[in-house]
Design a protein around this ligand. Structure first.
Ligand SMILES: [Zn+2]
Ligand SMILES: [Zn+2]
Length: 193
């Protein structure tokens, strides 16, 4: 048996547990991309500025939402991008998924964990800003190998069907809001840019 990792939104109305987490269950990633920062601010979450958002990416069957889950909302920062699930009670961003349950991954913002350090430091850094003004992704091969192994295994085993994010027809359980340019313009620009 692995570890159970409790999590919740900032106000506590929405709660859940990641079940049976072992070192092979997922990958820990820190993403510095502007979409992650801006999308969180739009939802009402903390503005992380240049420090990046920490995610733990695992399979959807690990998620056990215990309180408040039917109230969840979901949006795309731009059409065709990740689904970003959040708690409308307090604006806390929770989980990112793709728009089909067949891609069996779900990345939770580790700031939501009761113990944000439950998984130790991130091994992968996505779009990390470098001193020359460009950005670099570090440790990605480690991350992508785990992602492929978990996602393919979920597809073969049928484990992808066990998901709290989609119904039996493969539709998101909450209607997806796709933000337009006006919505995005409400978020102040990153002070870095
Ligand atoms: Zn809340
Ligand atoms: Zn990102």
């Amino acid at each position: 048996m692995g570890q159970d990792i409790p999590f919740g939104c900032s106000c506590g109305a929405m709660r859940g547990v990641l079940r049976d987490i072992t070192p092979r269950s997922g990958g820990h990633l820190r993403c510095y991309c502007e979409d992650c920062r801006a999308a969180a601010v739009w939802a009402g979450d903390e503005n992380v500025g240049g420090t990046g958002v920490h995610y733990y990416q695992t399979t959807p069957d690990k998620y056990d939402f215990t309180t408040g889950w039917p109230d969840v909302k979901v949006f795309q920062w731009k059409k065709g991008r990740l689904l970003r699930w959040y708690a409308p009670c307090c604006g806390a961003t929770l989980v990112n998924t793709l728009d089909s349950p067949k891609w069996a991954f779900a990345s939770i913002n580790t700031a939501r964990f009761d113990d944000p350090n439950a998984l130790g430091p991130a091994k992968t850094y996505a779009f990390k800003p470098m001193p020359n003004g460009k950005s670099k992704t570090v440790g990605f091969s480690h991350f992508i190998i785990g992602f492929i192994r978990r996602t393919i295994w979920a597809r073969i085993s049928g484990g992808w069907r066990k998901t709290p994010f989609f119904d039996d027809h493969g539709l998101a359980i909450s209607s997806i809001q796709t933000l337009n340019a006006q919505d995005r313009a409400t978020v102040p620009q990153d002070p870095r840019s």
